[in-house]
Design a protein around this ligand. Structure first.
Ligand code: NAI
Length: 509
């Protein structure tokens, strides 16, 4: 089968360029690799050749395919070597002027139909194309590190990029065994933008004394279903790298509160506490984060009462029943309220973005224990609970006892609005919804990008549709009311779908 691009030039033989060269070579393209640093391309090809051999030794590749892929990569002597390339991908330093100057030079060398792709993660593709002879041929191909392993490639269209260019690059990415997702050039593209609240909300919980960082991570993993907590992930990425991305998106959106960086992170970066690479970030290495902590206390209650009117909590009621505890369904007009569980002295209320103390006051309810959202109450191993100021210790113990009795660990956190998982899932959905609304990508694209780019177990829009948009929206409304922070304003798309009783993903149909 003929490849869409048979001869591919890669400029910049660092981490990303070397990886991209290997991906293209493995797919069958002839690859020319250039770097301004003498000897860097040859060294990168030698490293790639070793990686290919290792893949063959592990049986991931035949020895013949490994040898052929290695033979397809050549160092380029200078930019003149790129005259016969039909696609040139740059992965040089992240500076607009350098990228523009590079493509400008290539304008005098390459054929008129050559496609120029940039691997930039933060620079506008429209800006890179400005002043070039053929801006319609300029596109973003945003690979993720390590490029040979991670499947996602964001295919980024600038204002003047032609549909034909986007189509061809997307087809090529598939030929290279990648999963392309189309998006328009805008700050952070999809992943670097929609992922911001994952870190942002964790910082806010920490900074308002909601929980310590190990608890935030534990709850995000075991109740939120994320592979890693926000702080351990920050340590892995590097606090400096992450802060740079946050600041770049924040500044690009004229310092919108949605993306506001954290003073804690700034302080740590200033102190050189960058994460694993410096041996110390939020945790010290090699130990890393503690993996578990025990629930504090609590005997099992004999009887719980539940008002069966919350889709989100029904799976939990089923679990309680299955454990042998008697569940007494309450009447719908019961003043106790919807989606609530009475266990002993405790009135357990699913988070709606209000605090336990606020709920007790506004709903005239005694002994409120707030329950954080879990990604899936049918399977969750852990939940977070918070007591209100006037909630008795006995009531909290009853709530903890209920969860322990059904095999669910409990983390007790402070009484913060939206708790940990609730606010995180709501804000991820909100950001994803705005990306769709602003036509950065379609809903399926946002979900795919988040699953493949940052390893989320589900796309943010899928999660919100499944859990319920009314709950997501209410969490945001209450968070904004409670904090007065513009960051929690609801996406117009989310609001609209709540009013129309539709879903975020219905947009596609
Ligand atoms: P790197 O620093 O590892 O490699 C950059 C290479 O480009 C160096 O070898 C340097 O000598 C060479 N170079 C710099 N200016 C040049 C020029 N004018 N002409 C030719 N060669 C030049 O950087 P890395 O991490 O590979 O990043 C490259 C690009 O990819 C940047 O735009 C970055 O934002 C983007 N990116 C980086 C990711 C990462 O995780 N490292 C992920 C996705 C995108």
């Amino acid at each position: 089968m003929a490849l869409t691009f048979s001869t591919v030039g890669v400029i910049g033989a660092g981490t990303m360029g070397a990886g991209i060269a290997q991906v293209a070579a493995q797919a069958g393209c002839a690859v020319k690799l250039f770097d301004a640093r003498e000897g860097a391309s040859a060294a990168a090809i030698a490293r790639n050749t070793e990686s290919l051999k290792t893949l063959a030794a592990k049986g991931k590749l035949t020895a013949e395919d490994a040898t052929n892929a290695a033979a397809r990569m050549r160092p380029a002597v200078d930019l003149g070597d790129f005259h016969d390339c039909d696609l040139v991908i740059e992965a040089i330093v992240e500076e607009l002027a350098a990228k523009r100057a590079l493509f400008k030079q290539l304008d005098a060398i390459c054929a008129a139909d050559t496609v120029y792709a940039s691997n930039t993660s933060s620079i506008s593709i429209t800006a890179i194309a400005a002043g070039l002879a053929r801006p319609e041929n300029v596109v973003g191909m945003h690979f993720f590190n390590p490029a040979p392993i991670l499947p996602l490639v964001e295919i980024v269209a600038g204002r003047l990029t032609s549909t034909d260019t986007v189509d061809r690059v997307e087809i090529a990415a598939r030929e290279w065994k990648k999963t392309p997702v189309r998006c328009t050039s805008s700050p952070g593209f999809i992943v670097n933008r929609v992922a911001r609240p994952f870190y942002g909300e964790a910082f806010r919980v920490l900074e308002c004394g909601g929980a310590d960082l190990a608890t935030v991570d534990l709850v995000l993993r075991e109740a939120g279903g994320f592979k890693m907590g926000a702080f351990e992930l920050l340590d892995l990425i590097g606090l400096d790298v992450n802060l740079m991305v946050t600041k770049s998106v924040w500044n690009a959106y004229y310092q919108d509160a949605r993306y506001r960086p954290s003073v804690t992170q700034e302080e740590m970066v200033a102190g050189g506490l960058l994460g694993r690479k410096t041996g110390r970030g939020f945790y010290s290495y090699p130990e890393g984060s503690p993996r578990a902590s025990a629930s504090p206390f609590g005997p099992a209650p004999q009887l719980v009462q539940y008002l069966m009117e919350s889709d989100a909590l029904d799976p939990l009621a089923e679990r309680i029943k299955a454990s042998g505890i008697k569940v007494q369904a309450r009447k719908e007009d019961d003043p106790f309220g919807a989606g609530r569980i009475r266990a002993g002295n405790a009135s357990i209320c699913l988070t709606d973005g209000r605090t336990a103390t606020q709920t007790a006051f506004e709903d005239d309810l005694a002994n409120v224990v707030m329950l954080d959202l879990a990604r899936d109450f049918a399977t969750t191993k852990r939940v977070a609970l918070a007591r209100g100021d006037e909630t008795s210790t006995a009531a909290l113990a009853d709530a903890v006892g209920l969860f322990r009795a059904i095999g669910v660990e409990v983390s007790v956190i402070d009484d913060v609005p939206g708790m940990i998982v609730g606010r995180t899932l709501a804000m991820l959905a909100n950001e994803g919804a705005d990306a769709v609304l602003q036509k950065v990508a379609d809903a399926a694209g946002v979900d795919t990008a988040m699953k493949l780019g940052v390893n989320h177990p589900e796309g943010p829009l899928e999660t919100a549709d499944r859990i319920g948009l009314i709950l997501m929206n209410t969490i945001l409304v209450n968070l904004q009311g409670h904090t007065g922070d513009e960051r929690y304003r609801q996406s117009l798309l989310l609001q609209r779908k709540v009013w129309s009783g539709s879903t975020l993903r219905a947009q596609e149909e």
